[in-house]
Design a protein around this ligand. Structure first.
Ligand code: SAM
Length: 265
């Protein structure tokens, strides 16, 4: 009967379907869903992970953009009356409103073409989120967990690490998918901090500073900050103005932001 719903993978939706049962089981074991969880899967696709998630958490909600997949998902999981499929773009979905007062657990083998904007969208709901488990391009997982001074360290590393504890879990090879992606993949766990370990006085300013300086990561901090602060006195900065942005820790970015906050705009 499943053949009735033959589906050709769509590139524009980043569709690479998981077919490796061992990997699927390993992912679900890492998530360890519970019946009482407020669990949301982004991009269920043909239901590879959904099937195991539903066995443990029958009230799962799935957010899927490709409307052609919805009838198949409804049919496949017709024995789970509490299974809720929302046909929507996850980039526009209000996870905060959906969560209500029940912290969300969000999971997904994410479409790689939108993974960075989607991560930033999800971060904006961090107060409503218990944890997140994602399959991403391995290069993105490397960026999420990168340390200062490394090649992968950048805007994504600083902003995600500011808000979350990041734990790279395990790699997934291309042959675990149909069609096989051209890149290596990996599973990552993100757990939003109950309170940021080094809170910035103005988080929007932190974001603005991080954005600007990483657009010019090879410049010195003094020069990279010029688009925002042309009159900066380098001697006053809490970190050496001759350093490159890519060498600053999250804590140092916070110190820099708190100093810039005193300058006004
Ligand atoms: N979970 C399935 C699996 O592991 O086999 C499919 C994963 S596939 C990499 C990504 C899924 O996300 C597809 O089902 C795709 O249609 C869906 N998708 C793409 N863009 C989306 C968006 N903006 N919002 C919600 N789902 C999206």
């Amino acid at each position: 009967m499943d053949n009735f719903f033959q589906h050709k993978a769509r590139k524009r939706f980043g569709q690479n379907f998981l077919v490796d049962e061992n990997i699927i089981e390993r992912i679900v074991r890492a998530i360890a869903p519970k019946e009482s969880d407020n669990l949301v899967e982004i991009g269920p696709g043909q239901g590879a992970i959904t099937r195991l998630l539903l066995q443990r958490c029958p009230s799962l909600t799935a957010v899927e953009l490709d409307r052609d997949l919805i009838p198949m998902l409804k049919f496949k999981f017709r024995d789970y009356p509490e299974f809720n499929i929302i046909e929507q773009d996850a980039l526009k979905f209000d996870f905060g409103e959906f969560a209500g007062d029940r912290p969300l657990r969000i999971v997904g083998n994410l479409p790689y073409n939108i993974s960075t904007p989607l991560l930033f969208h999800l971060l904006s709901f961090r107060g409503a989120v218990q944890d997140m488990h994602f399959m991403l391009q391995k290069e993105v997982v490397d960026r999420l967990s990168a340390t200062p001074g490394s090649k992968s360290y950048g805007r994504l590393s600083v902003m995600v690490q500011y808000h979350c504890r990041v734990q790279g879990l395990f790699p997934v090879p291309p042959q675990s998918f149909r069609p096989a992606p051209k890149v290596e993949s990996a599973i990552v766990r993100l757990v939003p901090h109950a309170a940021a370990p080094h809170p910035a006085k103005d988080e929007q300013l932190l974001e603005r500073i991080v954005n600007v300086v990483f657009q010019q990561r090879r410049k010195t901090l003094r020069n990279a900050l010029k688009p925002l602060y042309s009159e900066l006195d380098p001697a006053q900065l809490p970190v050496d103005a001759g350093r490159r942005p890519e060498t600053l820790s999250v804590q140092e970015f916070v110190q820099l932001t708190d100093y810039c906050e005193t300058l006004g705009n």
